[in-house]
Design a binder for this molecule. Structure first.
Ligand code: SF4
Ligand code: SF4
Length: 62
């Protein structure tokens, strides 16, 4: 199962990854973007490409 790895320290909560995800995997939490539905992630990488500050460091497989 794929899921994005988000660096909470780097995230500026812009919401770009939430908008970019075609599968509604991500939501903006109180402090930073969060994976709320990892089971739906297809590993496309759109969230990583949309992030302006590189806070999504990898699409991990587990
Ligand atoms: S890799 Fe694709 S499906 Fe998975 S969270 Fe990012 S945008 Fe969504
Ligand atoms: S695109 Fe990057 S900076 Fe913006 S909310 Fe997502 S992880 Fe945070």
């Amino acid at each position: 199962m794929a899921h994005p790895v988000i660096s909470g320290d780097d995230c500026i909560s812009c919401g770009a990854c939430v908008e970019a995800c075609p599968c509604n995997v991500l939501e903006l939490g109180a402090e930073h973007a969060e994976v709320t539905d990892g089971d739906s992630c297809i590993g496309c990488g759109s969230c990583m490409g949309a992030c302006p500050v590189g806070a999504i460091t990898e699409i991990a497989e587990d």
